[in-house]
Design a protein around this ligand. Sequence first.
Ligand code: GRF
Length: 199
Amino acid sequence: MKKIRIAVLCSGGGTNLQAILDAEKAGILSHGEVVLVVADSREAFALERAKKFGVETAVFDKGEYPRAARENAILECLKAHEIGLVVLAGFMTVLSPAFVKEYENRILNIHPALLPSFGGVGMYGLHVHEAALARGVKVTGATVHIVTEECDGGPILAQKAVRVLKNDTPETLQKRVMRQAEWKIYPRTIEKFCRGMGK
Ligand code: GRF
């Protein structure tokens, strides 16, 4: 079986990247392999996680590359590595339509809410959980979806609900959504998607 070559794009801590790498090690992710981690910041701790796992890294720092040049450089890098699937994991750049077209139906993202609630431009990181708490929802969660031109608007592949607790802060809710939903559904959905791609 030929494994799908996966690139994970990150900007920060990389806990989802870690969950994906752990799943690969445990054999939960077996139809795809992470061969490249791309970061748009030199500071991204995700780079350390990748190195520790022996995965090649590439950095296109926001401070050094203007947006269009950064996207082009990333695209070239993905092509040079013969990447079949692009996985966004806390990647803080909204991809241009041209980029999305190059990898149409082959870019996945995870969003820390039950889309279509609390999604779209400006809804990232703690903002998502602040908005959920402000609205008073009793249940939130995470969504894995295919990336299209519309921010957070692509076809939904998986969702997992997480209960909101009375004393939750954006930070406590963020942690619980990660632990109970994101780190579980992302690796499994990637595996399922790779299995489908291989057919
Ligand atoms: C996660 O909450 C993810 O849903 C969102 O960005 C965050 C990334 O966290 N897209 P990490 O870098 O994976 O720890």
